[in-house]
Structure formats: C-alpha cells, structure tokens
Design a protein around this ligand. Structure first.
Ligand code: SF4
Ligand code: MSK
Length: 652
C-alpha cells in the first residue's frame, strides 16, 4: 500500500482543528497516520457490502455485479446467506471482545475476594449487595469479601453455562423476557452463544437468514445482558460507581512541562493503578529530578472513559486521535491494554521518544513497542514500573507541539446517579423524567454512541446529531468515542444548555443535569439498557422498551463491537441508526430489509443505516414521534433542523 501523507486535504478530514494541526507535522515528517492510510486505500466495494465470503478454500467467493440474487458461491451459498453469515460473525466478534472484558473483571473480583491482589478493595458495597440479588445470592450477614467471592463465582459461571437463561435476563421487563423466550433468543450462556454462532456460520451449515439473524441477536443479548453488563457492574463494585466529575478533553490536556502518560484501550484494571502510581511521592520526586514539574495522565478511547468517569482523568482524544497524540512529541509513554489500538501507533512512536507499552497478553504490540507482562496479583508494581520508565524517558523528549485546544466537561453519570439527580437521595427515581416525557417537555431519549472513522469527517456526525437532537428537546446520553467527541466540542459542559430546546432546558435546569450525559465506556452501553428498563418500570410509558420514544445512534461507527451493541439494543427493543459508512449487509436487499422491517415486527425495533447526520436526525425524530403517537402523548412539536450556516458554526 502506498501512503498518501502528502495528498490528503488536512482541513477536510476533521472538524477538530487539532487534527489539521497535527497532520501538518505528519506531512512534514512523512509519518503515516490513519487518515493518510485511509486516503491511500479505498475500501473494497464487495467486502463493504458483505458480499464476499472467505470461509473456505473453495473460495473466496464474491457475489457482485448485476443479478446478484441469481449468483452463488462455489458451495451454492446465496448473497442472503453470505451477508447474514458475515454480519453474524461480526456480531460474534464484538460480543466476544466485550464479554471477555467482563470475564477479566470477574476474575479480578474473585482474586480480590481471595486476598490475592495487593491493595485490591471493593469500593461500592451497596452495588455489590444489589448485584448479588440479581444472581439470587442472599447478601445479608456476609462480610464484604465473602460476598464479593460469591458474586464473582456466579458471574464466572455465566460464561460456561450451557442451558437455561443468563441470570440478568431477569432484569429485563417481563414482556421482553417473554418475547425472547417466544423467539428462542434468550441467551443461555455467554460463551455458548459465541461458540454456537461461530459453528452455525461455518461453511456448510446454517442457510436460513432468520435463523442466522436470531443467532446474531441471541449472541449479542448474551453480551448486553451478560458479559458487558457483568463488566459494568463489577467494575463499579471494584472501582466505584461513577458520580459527576469535572475534567477536560482534547490534545491540549497534554502538558509541556510534565511527563505525559497516555492510557489507551478499554480496561480500567491496570490504568487505574497507573493513575495511582503517578500520584506516589516517590514518582513525583523522580519526575522533578528528571526536570519535569509532575506527571500528567491522560487517555484515549475507552480506557480514557473509564478513568475519566471515576478518577477525572482527561481524555486527549477519541480513536482517531491516538496517533495524533504521539505526534505532539510530548508523550513519554502510550500504555495500551485491549481493543481499538492501531498497529500504526508503533510507526508513529518510532519517530519520537514515546515508549509504546502493551500490557495484555491479548494485544501485544509489534515492532518498536515493548510488552510488559503484568503480574495480575501485583498490578501496582507493574504500574509503578511503567510510570518509572515513562518518567525516565522525559530526558529523551525532543521538540514538542501541543495544540492549545482543551474543552471543559462534566462526566460520571452512572444510571444510579441519574436516578439520584432526578429524585433525590430519599426518593431516587425516574419519575420526573417519565413525567416530562409524558408532558412533552422532553420529546424523547437518544443514546449517541460509538466510534470515529477516517472514512467520514471526524466528529462531524456526532456533533451535528447531538446538537440537533438537544435542540429538538431530546435528552441525549453518550458513551465511548462519541462521548469524547462530545466533550472535545463543548457538548458536555454546562454551557451545552444554550443549544437545548426550551422544554429540555427547563427540565435540565430544574433537575441540575446537562442535556448531554456522559454515561461511560463501550461496555457501559449496558447502563442505557438499565436506564430504559427502569423508565419502563416507572410507569406511564408503555410496558416494554420498544414502547419508549427512544433511539440509539452511532454516527461514525467502525467496529464489530458497534454492530454487536446495535444488535443487543434492537433485541432489547430500541431502534438503532448507524451513520457515516453504509450498511455492512447492503449486498443483500433482503437482509437490509430484514434488519429494518422484520426486526421491527419481531423486536419492535429496527436497525437502519443512514449516512448523513441531518437525515439521521429526521429519521430519529420520526421514530420518536411515532412512539409518542402510539402512547397517545403526541403534542405536536416544531422540528428544528440546522441549515448549512448553523452547521458551519459547529467546530471547537
Ligand atoms: Fe465460497 Fe461457500 Fe466457501 Fe463461502 S463457504 S468461500 S461461499 S464456497
Ligand atoms: S473505543 S469501539 S472506537 S467507541 Fe470503545 Fe471508541 Fe468504538 Fe473503540
């Protein structure tokens, strides 16, 4: 592959000016980035449609051109089977990643309970007791570590369970549980669903689109109501359930006169220890000895979100910022764990003094990087080792170029805290939210989640969609890279209120919450399942999630994990719209329609791919309004749609 570093239009790849600023350095130094590689390599149009099958050595088979419906793979597979199989496999990969994350958290909790982790504690005992209840464990009269051990064992058993239903299925509203049982998609065991769907999609196996798509949903539900939910709940128990915290976002959070350590990936296990280690007096003294004023920890992607939600660590950027952060020349160490870590990071780091350190056996970095095997029983020792090496590397720092942009934000809105904000400590509840949806001040709820993608203008989709939704009185929650994007562009600051419609503004000002709530990382999309479930249980808005005026949107998705999250959202009753690039099943009109229409009939929710942000907003409001009409709470509302001038204003 050639590299197009010199030919990309650096002002057109992002609405975040720090991207152009850093790409000037990339061009001057001839350093490839995700943006230049995307320009150099056009996406394969057949693969993009889900029309390529490479499952066996009789292929790969590509079903393209006219009359696709009459074409077959060598084994006779149709475009419908190939597209559905490819989609199911993407969902499986996403579910495996999120659920394996959950497994590691459960293993960590078990080790803490057994006293095997130096300094390991349980921070949220109230949540521990609550989660114990979901597993049918009686918490009364047990000491914390005994209970933690029992909960960890119960969580771990969910992975290998072969029959029955996952315990957290019982947390869904009864109508949804019944639907899952009727459709045969209630997940039986987390790993079982992953393995069975891999088997089902193997060559010479399932040829039935409905059966394949059910397998995809069942596997995704096994993550959403299993592995991912375990990750969120147990992380809260171990590290603390988030509460509002102030911070800032963008590359300007890096400091010229301090040692900068970036934590990147998805897991809070080691990164929380790195934050702790950096605060130790011995480390601070070492930093001063090396000529720095201190040690600054910042993050990228969802490790950033985890550390932001609980420790206020500022995110330096979303996924597309990982190489750009290194280009500042001010990063002493980039410490990565799992997921969303570009191999291109090593190439970027090579041009600077940055130490690229991988810490998970599941994601070792290649050449130019180093791997530190973390002794899971002594994570603080590993964290201290990493921080020490980073501090000593300060001496090797050359010229730096840190953009000034950094925007204040408030994060830390766990579902527990949202309930508390709405109802107060004594009467924590979603009642005020329900009442204001019913009276029309709040038109609906939207979750704007997911990634960034160099195939579309960075941040443009997320920022436009969030701004237009709140202008239309839709309360927005954000997670993952979309949350960092929102933070970078001032949408998580109290001032966001100025963009909100009158009804939403009135409610948010009364309750004291912003109109855009950062609820966490990618696994924390399960907090949204909990919020929607509790809103239904509060009453007045139907009997199931699919009755709610609620929508999930990922304007700039890139990952298999995003597809899996969408599949469990739809399976749970929330329609989803993906933007930016097109549908990964567009090669088969039948599968496209299946996800839009048949899923709507079966689950009360559809999965739509709409590229432009303004069209996403129109479809979102239509879906929200149709639910309001069905609930007979439809007060006619004017639609605020942004014109081009308003959109041009959207920048940091
Ligand atoms: Fe081709 Fe069928 Fe093999 Fe796929 S499974 S590569 S369609 S022969
Ligand atoms: S990090 S999965 S790019 S949101 Fe969760 Fe961001 Fe998407 Fe990775």
């Amino acid at each position: 592959m050639t590299d197009d570093t010199k030919t990309i239009d650096i002002n057109a790849v992002s609405i975040d000016p720090t991207a152009a600023e850093m790409l000037e350095i990339a061009i001057a130094e001839e350093i490839p980035t995700v943006f230049s590689r995307a320009a150099a390599m056009k996406p394969c149009p057949i693969g993009a449609e889900g029309a390529c099958c490479k499952l066996c050595a009789m292929g790969p088979c590509r079903i393209s051109g006219k009359d696709k419906e009459f074409k077959r793979g060598v084994c006779g597979a149709t475009i419908e089977t190939i597209a559905a199989r490819n989609f199911a496999r993407q969902v499986v990969a996403g579910a495996a990643a999120h659920s394996d994350h959950g497994r590691d958290v459960a293993l960590m909790m078990k080790a803490i309970a057994e006293g095997e982790i130096e300094g390991g504690t349980i921070k949220d005992e109230i949540k521990l007791a609550k989660v114990a209840g979901y597993f049918g464990i009686e918490p009364t009269g047990k000491d914390v570590m005994t209970l933690a051990g029992e909960v960890a064992d119960a969580a771990l058993a969910q992975f290998g369970q072969q029959t029955g239903e996952l315990a957290f299925v019982g947390r869904a509203v009864p109508k949804r549980q019944d639907l899952w049982r009727k459709l045969g998609v209630a997940p039986r065991g987390i790993d079982r669903e992953v393995v069975q769907t891999l088997h089902q999609t193997a060559p010479g196996n399932d040829q039935n689109v409905e059966n394949l798509m059910d397998a995809a949903v069942r596997t995704a539900l096994g993550s959403g109501w299993g592995g991912s939910m375990i990750a969120t709940d147990l992380q809260d128990i171990i590290f603390g359930t988030p509460e509002p915290v102030r911070s800032a976002a963008n590359l300007g959070v890096l400091k010229d006169d301090e040692v900068n350590i970036l934590i990147h990936g998805h897991e809070p296990l080691l990164s929380s220890m790195i934050v702790e280690a950096a605060q130790l007096p011995e480390m601070k003294e070492l930093a001063v000895k090396m000529g720095a004023k201190g040690i600054n920890i910042a993050g990228i992607c969802c490790t950033a979100n985890e550390a932001l939600m609980r420790q206020g660590v500022p995110p330096a950027g979303n996924m597309l910022h990982q190489e750009l952060a290194v280009l500042t020349g001010a990063v002493e160490a980039m410490v990565v764990d799992v997921q969303c870590i570009f191999q291109g990071l090593a190439e970027a780091a090579k041009h600077f003094h940055t130490l690229l350190v991988s810490t998970s056996e599941k994601a070792k970095v290649g050449e130019n990087g180093m791997h530190i095997t973390v002794d899971e029983h002594h994570p603080l020792a590993a964290a201290k080792d990493i921080v020490r090496q980073a501090v000593e590397n300060y001496a090797n720092r050359g010229e730096t170029h840190i953009p000034t942009a950094s925007t204040p934000l408030v994060a830390g809105f766990s579902h527990e805290y949202i309930r508390y904000m709405l109802g107060g400590k004594m009467r924590a509840s979603f009642r005020p939210l329900n009442d204001n949806i019913i009276n029309g001040r709040i038109r609906g709820l939207a979750a704007v989640v997911g990634c960034s993608n160099p195939r579309v203008v960075q941040d443009y989709g997320v920022v436009n969609v969030v701004r237009e939704l709140i202008a239309n009185n839709v309360l927005v929650v954000v997670t993952g890279c979309a949350a960092i994007t929102s933070g970078k562009h001032g949408l998580l600051a109290p001032e966001t209120m100025e963009f909100a419609g009158d009804g939403l503004k009135e409610v948010c000002e009364t309750v004291g919450i912003p109109p855009v709530l950062h609820v966490g990382s990618c696994v924390d999309n399960t907090r949204i399942l909990t919020i929607l479930t509790e809103v239904v249980q509060e009453g007045g808005l139907g009997e199931d999630i699919n009755d709610l005026p609620a929508i999930g949107i990922s304007p700039e998705w890139f990952s298999e994990k995003a597809l899996e999250i969408a599949a469990y959202a739809v399976g749970s009753g929330a329609s989803v719209i993906f933007g930016g690039v097109g549908s990964p099943v567009s090669g088969s009109e039948h599968v496209v329609k299946y996800m839009e229409d048949t899923w709507m009939e079966r689950y009360g929710a559809g999965f739509f791919f709409i590229e432009e942000p303004q069209d996403i907003v129109v479809k979102s409001l239509d879906l929200i309004d149709s639910k309001r009409a069905a609930l007979k709470i439809d007060v006619p509302q004017e639609r605020v749609l942004f014109d081009m001038d308003m959109r041009r204003e959207i920048s940091v």
